[in-house]
Design a protein around this ligand. Sequence first.
Ligand code: BES
Ligand code: MN
Ligand code: ZN
Length: 504
Amino acid sequence: MNVHVKRGVLSEEGTEAVLLTHFEGDTCPTGACARLDAKSGGLIAALISQGDVSGRLNEIRVLYPGTDVPAKRFVVVGLGKRADVSLERIRGAFSRAAQHIRSLRVTAFSTAVDFGTVDLPLAQTAEAVVEGAILGLYRFVRFKTTDLTEEPEVRAITIVEERPAAVKTLRTAASTAVIVSGAVVLARDLVSAPANEMTPKQLARAAVQCSRGRKIACTVIEEEALRKLGMHALLGVAAGSDEAPRFIILEYRGGRRTAPVIALVGKGITFDSGGISIKSADKLDQMKSDMAGGAAVIAAVRAAADLALPVNIVGLVPAVENLPSGKAYKPGDILTSLSGQTIEVVTTDAEGRLIMADALTYAGRYRPAAIIDLATLTGACIVALGDHVSGMFGSDDELKRAIREAADFTGERVWELPLWEEYDELIRGDAADFKNSGGRAGGAVTAAVFLSKFTAGYPWVHLDIAGPAWSTKERPYSPKGASGVGVRLLLQFLRTRGTPSPVR
Ligand code: BES
Ligand code: MN
Ligand code: ZN
């Protein structure tokens, strides 16, 4: 997507469509919409007083202004009540509007980030506008060859700004939002890619590609070396598949040389059949999305480098396929993890925590200031919180607070669940230190408690993204399927870490 910020006035935009906003309850147009309307005979004002343009949240009205202005169409999107405006509503509304514009087969539009007085900083508002539009327009069409009725892609958005002082702010905000949304799109693409293509090797290749031409060092550890390292929990899961595992390391050092790193760890199960403890056929195809945590980490590191964030980051993605076969690991097997702790396999379908255990232990080598892991870890988390919420667990109040703040800012819902010691006995092993399942009760919690045993006391937050990683229905600015959840949250967290006094 080409996003361009230009000094000028909307009334002079000779464009296919001008996207405008209106608040519910306002009796006349405001902001940039008012100034454009004054130049086009008060068309919008008339429709507002007539009630045809109500400003209700996400209402779309397409108007044809005639010859007073060069623009061919006005698309007016409702932002709801002015007092209830939020970045999240703006993202959603611009998503809907952009989708509507695409349905008109219009491939470029102009808009302005000036809605009259709203209590939101200009830069944040502009980022929300661009993110909403880009993310709402996302489609995964790489494998479509025959759908010729498909609407053409929207290729360009022009943000027009009259106030010279605001242009620079908008340029920075727009390019930031393009990078951030681009990272979400990358994560969605990686997750949407089918498992016959998106193997551990391919995921590693994608990570290497992200590192090229950027200040990112990418190291991929292959099977033999993993064996030498002692990552036997990861290797246990990998044993059943003909696709060899990969351990992906992305290092970005944008901070001071001596500043500690932040470790991001993402589950990279490229397909989760359940293994010998095989899953039922229902929704099994969705299990190609079991590498959504890994995809989010790769995408976030790429964007952190593109944004030149002043932080040191290591991204770790254990990439493995979980399949049954004659070589597969079995219930009852005991695995010795990289940490030296032993794990009794109760079910081969609790594979995520096994590969994450070794990845979390590996993260300890960096003596990180914080470890944040993202994993489509448990169906139980979906049962507990619903499919649009990530479960949050963590050992450090300050880090949890920062993650919650980042999530509130980006609109990615997270809710904390406990790690109380009473849960410990549920994952105590009979023949080994731990077992890899604590049973049905509190399944999201016992999975997180299991992970905590491999974090070696570092400040750590675990996000169970099993629900939001894949949407079975369309959501505001997230079409059905891969959501790219976690990418914006991680970047928001890293952005506030990088700047002692937030410049937002
Ligand atoms: N990848 C799944 C969790 C999952 C389920 C993600 C549904 C997205 C949608 C994970 O590997 C898994 O199978 N977890 C088991 C754990 C159980 C066997 C202890 C689960 O949640 O049922
Ligand atoms: Mn599983
Ligand atoms: Zn899984």
